[in-house]
Design a protein around this ligand. Structure first.
Ligand SMILES: C[S@@+](CC[C@H](N)C(=O)[O-])C[C@H]1O[C@@H](n2cnc3c(N)ncnc32)[C@H](O)[C@@H]1O
Length: 230
């Protein structure tokens, strides 16, 4: 049987601005021209850190209808559970960006603490409770949408129909580009939904491409999918 980080559910774990910057190759965008949506942003600190730098980022996740305390409680539990499972599957990961499990844990804790602080401060703004595939955003409200560790990664939890509906909705609310990272699933294999989506006639009007990026934590997870919608 394939080795994988077996998860019963989609976990509440968050990444930092530095990780997003490399996963999505954000060095090639001019932040001041963009209104960015972070899709299924969870307890990532990307939104908080980006706004502190003066960038325009909105976060969206189904958990934002809960209180900061509840979110923090669930996130601390998930982090503990993932950290306990990790040593048995450590060889699925490349220990460079994070030197070891302890460095990873510290980074994830930093991410969720920054998130919680900003979430409390913003009090309902900037963090929009959204349960994909449906959203309440206006047509082309954002210029760029980023999807990290949600689609493709959880292809055993979310079926192809869900992927398709979610991407169609994000195309509706995005004017320039959608970037998805990673395109491997929890087994570290490229999700079969990637090829399926690229060949799907319903998306034939969009330029869809795969790009190698300078970030690899899950081994072979160093590619993002770009969907140009303009
Ligand atoms: C692994 S986390 C990724 C968080 C963040 N994007 C990152 O990379 O740091 C997955 C997130 O997907 C969210 N999620 C799962 N199903 C969702 C849905 N249908 N609509 C919105 N968010 C969802 C979870 O609440 C969780 O925060």
């Amino acid at each position: 049987m394939d080795k994988k980080l077996g998860l019963k559910d989609i976990v509440l774990i968050g990444r930092t601005f530095d990780e997003y910057y490399r996963m999505f190759e954000l060095s090639n965008i001019n932040f001041k021209d963009e209104k960015i949506l972070d899709v299924a942003s969870g307890v990532s600190s990307f939104c908080s850190e980006a706004n502190s730098k003066g960038y325009n980022v909105t976060a969206s996740d189904k958990i934002y209808s809960f209180s900061a305390e509840k979110i923090e409680e669930k996130c601390a539990e998930d982090l503990k559970m993932v950290m306990e499972k990790l040593p048995s599957v450590a060889d699925l990961y490349k220990w460079e960006f994070f030197e070891n499990v302890d460095a990873l844990k510290k980074n994830r804790e930093r991410a969720y603490r920054l998130f919680v602080e900003d979430f409390k401060k913003m009090n309902g703004n900037r963090y929009i409770a959204t349960e994909y595939p449906r959203t309440q955003f206006a047509d082309k409200e954002f210029t760029i949408s980023l999807i990290s560790h949600f689609l493709f990664m959880y292809d055993e939890h979310l079926n192809y129909e869900f992927h398709k509906k979610t991407i169609s909705e994000i195309i509706r609310i995005t004017s320039k580009e959608i970037r998805i990272f990673p395109i491997v699933n929890l087994k570290g294999k490229r999700s079969l939904f990637v090829e399926k989506l690229m060949g799907d006639r319903d998306f034939k009007d969009y330029e869809i491409g795969i790009k190698k990026v300078d970030y690899e934590f899950v081994k072979n997870g160093n590619e993002m999918l770009s969907i140009k919608v303009n």
